[in-house]
Each structure stands twice: as C-alpha cells, then as structure tokens.
Design a protein around this ligand. Structure first.
Ligand code: PLP
Length: 374
C-alpha cells in the first residue's frame, strides 16, 4: 500500500483539474495576446480564471496577477513594496517561509531595517509587540506575516494583524499559500495589501499561483517585456495551468465544508491513535486551537528507532515529511522548530492530509508505526 501524507508539500491534482488542463492544451492553444480567434479564445480562458479567483476572494479583477507560484508572489510583494512604495522597514517573524526570509536578506542594498518578531511555543508572534514597533517609529513599514505556518500549522489572526497595520499606516503582506482554498478569505473585509497563493497546495498544478495586490497600492511592473498581466508581469501566459488553478480553486470552494470535516476527522483520528500507541508523543503548534487542519506536526521521543522513522515509513510506502519539504528535499534543521523551542531534540515528522486520504490509510500508517517502533 502507498499512502501520501505530505499534502502540505504538494497535493495530487483532482481528476477534473487534469481534464481541464488537457482540454486547454489540446483545444485552446492560442497565444492570449493574439487578436485572432485562437488568441481571443485563450484570452477569455485567462480572464475567466481571474474572475473565478477574484470572486472566491471577494477581490476585484484588477487586483489579481498570475505568477509562477508562492515563491514568486512573496518575492514580488516584498521587493516591489520596497522599490515602489517607499518602505523603509520590514517587520516579519522568525518562522516565515524561506521565500519571505530570503527576499528580505537580499534587500541589503536598499538599507531597509528588518525587525524579526520571535514567536511563542505555539509559533505565534506577539501582536502587542508588533503594535509597539509600529507606534514607536512611524517610518514606512511593510509587515509580512503568514496566515498559517507550513511546518507546524499554527494560524495567525490576519484580521487583527491587518487592523493593527491599517491603524498604524503600515502595509501588510500575508503568505496565505497554505490557506488559500482551504479557508474562506474575504479580502474586501481584511486589511491586506498583498496576499500570495499557489495552485499546487490545493490540488492544482505546480508552477502557477497568484499575487493579490490591493488597488490602493500602485506598484510598477515586476517582469518587463511584452506587457502581459496589464504590464505587471510580462511573458506569455500559462493558459492551461491558469485554467487548472481556477478549476481546482472552484472545486475546493464549492466543497470546502465537506472536505474540511473529512480531513479534521482523519487528523483527529490519527492524533488519538498516536497518543495511544506512542508513549511520549507530542504535537507541535496549536493543533487543538487555530490551526491548519491539514497538518499534524508530530514529535517522537528521540531514540535509535525514531531516528530512522521517516526513512522506514518511506520503505513501508508512507510519504511524510521531516520539517519542511519546500527546500528540494534537503535535510536540514527546521528554522521553525528551532524558533519555537531550540532545546527540543525530538524527532519531528509532519503528516499532512487531503480530501483524498482515507481512514484505512491512517489505520495502515498507525500499524506500520507500531511495527517500526517496537
Ligand atoms: N509559502 C509557504 C507557506 C509554503 O508552504 C510554500 C511552499 O511550500 C511557499 C510559500 C512556496 O510556494 P511555491 O512552491 O508555489 O513556490
């Protein structure tokens, strides 16, 4: 049996998404910039997808820009805010995705002040500290705080963070790569300046995503060339994957409550079984509070057997992840686990679920963990 429990790294495509992509590749191959029938046809596919995404986020069409995914969206938001909007300080947290943290590191030539907020044991920054920083110094600031952490699942109150930013004249970027299409997001009612999404986290294709840029913020083009994406991001559009992303987004939004209940049931079932089977097991983040229901970050007491657990699970056909899998599978210490508790030497495995997982699969995983650890 093969069980895929690494859905925070990427999700399998829904069959309907594969069909929708194939149909565009086969029948609608025109270049959206061409003025003839084929071009107009492709253009309407791109614009329909934009409409689907904007509608689900309660945003305007002009606020959605297609990108190659979460990494590009995060880079663009941060670098354009500095280049075009006079940002002199960025406030972020120690547990952001590398595409946020590394983007900031590379802004050294702009002489930007970087403030890193530490996090508590559950992985959340202190919002009073954020507010105090903003009040203490009124220089133009971009706050970049993720909606949900990809390693431990902890969610931040982006409604409250947006209010704090807006009350203090700061811009707010949120990396919502793990929550788009899994949680309702109403951008008309959130004070968010920039927001990032990536299709492969919600059963869409890889290499496609979007950046929401609130219409109050006028940034300049971030990829120059033929003027696509209303001159903001030039390059011939990936029509098929844009369509596939919108199809996946639509399916997730139409079925959000049912999918969520199914996944929560599986995650809680697995959590209860692990508590029963593995003495000393611990769960990171805030799994019983505001948390990504798709993620169960599990720490096992360190010993010779747990040291090899991830590899032995792989041998048994079970795919999970140690820390974050975003950095090309490289085995390196997790900056997130380090930030929440640097002294913890437990072995952490992130199990992450999707709609497609079943209770039989969880039973199999538990049975194999029992076998490996005894
Ligand atoms: N932000 C978060 C929170 C993520 O989990 C990931 C990928 O795992 C990214 C950004 C990067 O997204 P992409 O893989 O689309 O570049």
């Amino acid at each position: 049996m093969r069980v895929y429990l690494d859905n925070a790294a990427t999700t399998p495509l829904f069959p309907e998404v594969i069909d929708s992509i194939s149909s565009v590749l086969r029948d609608h191959f025109g270049n959206p910039s061409s003025i003839h029938f084929y071009g107009r046809n492709a253009k309407s596919i791109v614009e329909d997808a934009r409409k689907t995404i904007a509608n689900h986020l309660n945003a305007s069409l002009g606020e959605i820009f297609f990108t190659s995914g979460g990494t590009e969206s995060n880079n663009t938001a941060i670098k354009c805010a500095v280049r075009d909007l006079g940002v002199k300080r960025i406030i972020t947290t120690t547990v952001e995705h590398p595409s946020v943290l590394e983007s900031m590191q590379n802004l050294a030539p702009f002489e930007i002040e970087c403030v890193m907020l530490g996090v508590d044991l559950q992985g959340r920054p202190n919002l009073f500290e954020l507010e105090a920083h903003l009040k203490q110094d009124e220089k133009k600031t971009l706050v970049s705080i993720m909606h949900a952490n990809n390693e431990i699942g902890t969610m931040n109150d982006i409604r409250r963070i947006g209010e704090i930013c807006s009350q203090n004249g700061a811009l707010f970027h949120s990396d919502t790569v793990q929550t788009v299409a899994h949680f309702p997001l109403d951008l008309e009612n959130l004070h968010v300046s920039f927001l990032s999404g990536s299709a492969h986290k919600f059963h869409g294709p890889k290499g496609i995503g979007f950046l929401y840029v609130n219409s109050d913020n006028s940034i300049k083009p971030f990829v120059d060339g033929g003027g696509q994406e209303r001159t903001m991001r030039s390059g011939t559009e990936n029509t098929a994957h844009i369509h596939g992303m919108a199809t996946a987004f639509d399916i997730c939004c139409q079925n959000m409550a049912g999918m969520r209940n199914h996944i929560i049931e599986l995650r809680d079932y697995m959590k209860a079984a692990l508590i029963k089977e593995v003495p000393g097991v611990k769960f990171n983040g805030d799994p019983d509070g505001e948390s990504l229901y798709t993620v169960l970050s599990t720490s096992f007491p360190q010993n010779a057997k747990t040291d090899m657990l991830l590899m032995n699970l792989d041998i048994e056909g079970i795919a999970a992840s140690g820390g974050s899998a975003c950095s090309s599978g490289a085995i390196k210490g997790s900056h997130v686990l380090e930030a929440i508790d640097p002294r913890d030497e437990r072995i952490t495995i992130r199990f992450s679920f999707s709609e497609i997982n079943t209770r039989d699969e969880i039973d199999y995983v538990i049975e194999r963990i029992r076998k490996i650890l005894t």
